[in-house]
Design a protein around this ligand. Structure first.
Ligand code: CP
Ligand code: NVA
Length: 311
């Protein structure tokens, strides 16, 4: 069976379950090729990627740049000051210009509508490298990491603790729906996914503000309490979210000695996660971060190199 090719990677919700699994399997193949066969085949020889950032980044920027390089292609960084997306030039004009120079664009933006506008006006694949609404590259990596760590996604439960309404939580819910991962949100009122996100996620999501909701978790996941762009809400968030810190006591409440702790990073240690947990035996924070490279390669090899998604 041929898996229908993707034109863009702007959100998990636009993928079928087969396409999502195809990206996971391609990431697996590319990781094996990289780690066991002495390197990747140059499936992106002669291809180029513009990486456009409105916000800071370590993992996204470096994993995409190195991913392109490992696959034989070329990537370059465009800083917020250089582009002035929406101020110096509209996303529609930026993408129409870039479409004549490069084979793909990865963008990290404040407003998700900028991503949608680029899809509408461009003629090259657009990759969402994080917006205020979603972070699909992260969610692909996270499910890949859980699959790798646990060996299966069947009958496994991910519990997301903290700001359950942010971009990372949104994409994780949608990704869980594609692979049948059980998912629970443990968050205070006002920090839960919107009805629109819950519908798009196509998965039964348990939501509770009770910390005992972590019981039975296979994966405990958290992210910062104040996302980039939400800084003006910092004071309120720092009042509402501290009970939801992932600390040793909360990990023990899972009643699973083998529970995995994940975080997309960067972490605000001492806020949403303690040092003891981030550096403890349950932590998978760094294998997770390293897997960004392999997941991003899958997206690039498929969208820019035409590598088919495995069925
Ligand atoms: N997790 C993540 O996207 O990290 P960066 O913000 O460093 O890219
Ligand atoms: N929710 C965080 C994720 C950072 C990778 C943010 O948007 O700042």
């Amino acid at each position: 069976m041929i898996v229908k090719p993707l034109s863009h990677f702007t959100g998990i919700d636009i993928l079928t379950s087969e396409q999502f699994w195809g990206l996971l399997k391609l990431a697996r193949q590319l990781k094996d090729e990289w780690t066991q066969c002495g390197g990747n085949r140059p499936v992106l020889a002669g291809k180029s990627l513009a990486m456009l950032f409105e916000k800071p980044s370590l993992r996204t920027r470096v994993s995409f740049e190195m991913g392109m390089r490992h696959l034989g292609g070329y990537a370059f960084y465009l800083s917020p000051a250089e582009i002035g997306l929406g101020t110096r030039e509209s996303p529609a004009d930026v993408i129409r210009v870039l479409s004549g120079y490069v084979d793909g664009v990865m963008a990290r933006v404040f407003d998700h509508r900028s991503i949608e506008e680029m899809v509408e006006w461009g003629s090259v694949p657009v990759i969402n490298g994080l917006s205020d609404f979603s972070h699909p590259c992260q969610a692909l990596t996270d499910v890949f990491t859980i699959w790798e760590q646990l060996g299966t996604l069947e009958d496994r439960t991910l519990v997301y603790v903290g700001d359950g309404a942010n971009n990372v939580a949104t994409s994780l819910l949608m990704a869980a729906g594609k692979v049948g991962l059980n998912v629970r949100i443990v968050a205070p009122r006002g920090y839960i996914p919107s009805a629109e996100v819950l519908t798009a996620a196509e998965v039964e999501v348990e939501i509770t503000d009770d910390l005992n909701g972590v019981r039975g978790a296979d994966v405990l996941y958290t992210d910062v309490w104040v996302s980039m762009g939400d800084e003006d809400e910092r004071e309120e968030r720092m009042e509402d979210l501290p009970p939801y810190q992932v600390n040793t006591e909360l990990v023990q409440r899972s009643e699973n000695e083998e529970v995995l702790v994940m975080h997309c990073l960067p972490a605000h240690r001492g806020e949403e996660i303690t040092d003891a947990v981030a550096d403890g035996s349950s932590s998978r924070l760094f294998p997770q971060a390293h897997n960004r490279l392999h997941a991003q390669k899958a997206v690039l090899a498929h969208l820019l190199g035409g590598v088919e998604l495995p069925s």
